[in-house]
Ligand binder design. Structure first.
Ligand code: ATP
Ligand code: MG
Ligand code: MG
Ligand code: MG
Length: 482
């Protein structure tokens, strides 16, 4: 089954159970001071859960573009090194707003996985909330009873508050959740160590695929919980992980969500995927980051030096450096992968297709700019690494890291990433002090402010015509209406 078919199967399944299929909300969030990027399917329904918006449809399902690179959910460091965390991923979800509850949510999840997708039920596990007596929250026996219909008791495991109790914030809607995990290890390995010892332990073949959240309490300012009059269901399932399971692969990157991109990277650098572990990580990181950057630009977030724009720039520069060091790219190359991504995902996400030229051009210019200083920056960093080793230091100075940042465009986390490969780190407080001094300086001459947000809702009419370089790192992106 192709990933396209899989996504459609999910939507059809819930449409067939009276769910309204809604589009993904933008991945980039513009009007919420607490969140820069959508990191879960429920974000767009926050106001319904808070009781601030009317319920238009009591049952909803969709596939939501998510990005987990900052704040509460930051998976950036995992990406490429493991096989199932991405920066950008799709979350398949179904919701009940005051309509059905645990029984239906669990029965349908089971039916979809086992009967529709024919996933081997002997490989599935569920976790339920163990309860929190201190706070007077009982074990989720309701969910336990629902699971007993489908799973032997030994495969229904207890989970703690961190994994199995969801809260929106310090106050507000919250409730227990039940997670579905799958054990994809070979039979021998499964016999040697039972799956129940592996769930939630970070084993790459024993992973969480679906989280069903039951929003049934309201946390009040004094910390106490009161039952909600209307109870809700909020589920999220990793689409790429599900594709891995359904396509019988051991890694998300071996599914057709990623293989066309990885194949193209491999062709371009002449290194077959699967022959050199370091090159493999680089290819996975680049394939992942391409998606994060492209979807962000399609949603109107261009790389820049501030806030969400800098998050995107950091991700892109990370990808450029992986390509430079491990795959020997010396010229822009990520831009030419955009066409492959659009081919793969443009049907379901038409904004990608509509913005293809803009995305390609922005990435090309970003890459070219960074490549101009990357080589010198890397040489400087190598000297610093050598010097630190000679002097038996485990740290490089914040001043040096700041020069890399300010003159060579190395985001701090990129410098830290490279240093980690040599067991070194940066003196953070020194770096922060340098940064504060520079901010003070630039406040004085902040005459030119470039807005890093463009409105692309009427995208066909906007054409990218290039950067206006004002200073080394302050640029205005010129757009022309055609
Ligand atoms: P994990 O424990 O594997 O990090 P999670 O508990 O943080 O996952 P949830 O917040 O419950 O994830 O999100 C719902 C589902 O989204 C998960 O069950 C998983 O299938 C998927 N998911 C979460 N994070 C990622 C990611 N970084 N990349 C791909 N899929 C993800
Ligand atoms: Mg996580
Ligand atoms: Mg988890
Ligand atoms: Mg989870």
């Amino acid at each position: 089954m192709t990933s396209k078919e899989l996504r459609q199967k999910f939507l059809d399944f819930f449409a067939g159970r009276s769910h309204q299929i809604v589009p993904s909300a933008p991945m980039v969030i513009k009007d919420d001071p607490t969140l820069m990027f959508t990191n879960a399917g429920m974000n767009q329904f926050k106001d319904i859960f808070l009781g601030n918006a009317p319920v238009k449809y009591p049952r909803v399902a969709n596939s939501q573009k998510c990005l987990r690179v900052s704040g509460k959910h930051n998976d950036l460091e995992e990406v490429g090194h493991d096989t199932y965390h991405h920066t950008m991923f799709e979350m398949l979800g179904n919701w009940s707003f005051g309509d059905y509850f645990k029984r239906e949510a669990i029965d349908w999840a089971w039916e979809f996985l086992v009967e529709v997708l024919k996933i081997d039920k002997n490989r599935l596990y569920a976790t339920i909330f163990e309860g929190s007596p201190d706070e007077g929250i009982e074990r989720d026996l309701e969910a336990f009873e629902c699971w007993k219909k489908h799973l032997p008791e030994g495969r229904i495991l207890l989970g703690n508050k961190k994994d199995n109790f969801w809260e929106m914030g310090d106050t507000g809607p919250c409730g227990p959740c039940t997670e579905i995990h799958i054990d994809l290890r070979d039979d021998d390995e499964r016999k040697a160590i039972p799956g129940e010892q592996m769930v939630n332990k970070g084993h790459p073949q024993v992973i969480e695929i679906w989280n069903l959240v039951f929003i049934q309490f309201n946390r009040k300012a004094n910390g106490s919980l009161e039952p909600l009059p209307a109870k809700h269901v909020d589920t999220g399932m990793g689409f790429e992980r599900l594709a891995m399971v359904v396509q019988g692969k051991k890694s998300n990157y071996d599914t057709d969500v990623f293989t066309p991109i990885i194949d193209r990277i491999s062709q371009m650098c002449g290194i077959p995927y699967g022959t050199d572990p370091k090159a493999d990580v680089a290819m996975r990181v680049i394939a992942d980051h391409l998606r994060a950057i492209s979807f962000s630009i399609a949603d109107g977030q261009l790389p820049s030096n501030v806030k969400a724009g800098y998050v995107i720039r950091r991700i892109l520069r990370r990808a450029v450096r992986y390509g430079y060091t491990f795959l020997n790219f010396r010229e822009p190359f990520i831009d030419s992968l955009v066409a492959v991504l659009v081919e793969q995902m443009g049907d379901h996400y038409p904004e990608l297709k509509a913005q293809q030229t803009l995305i390609t051009n922005v990435i090309n210019k970003e890459e070219a700019t960074f490549l101009r200083t990357l080589e010198t920056g890397i040489k400087l960093l190598e000297q610093l690494i050598e010097k630190a080793a000679k002097e038996n230091r485990t740290e490089i100075s914040g001043k040096d890291a700041f020069v890399l940042y300010d003159t060579y465009g190395f985001p701090l986390d990129l410098t830290e990433l490279i240093l980690r490969e040599h067991n070194l780190s940066v003196n953070r407080s020194e770096f922060d002090a340098e940064m504060a001094t520079q901010k003070e300086r630039s406040r004085a001459d902040a005459a030119v402010e470039a807005d890093d947000w463009i409105n692309v809702t009427n995208a066909e009419k906007v054409e990218f015509v290039g950067y206006d370089t004002l200073k080394t790192d302050a640029r205005i992106i010129r757009m022309r209406t055609v």
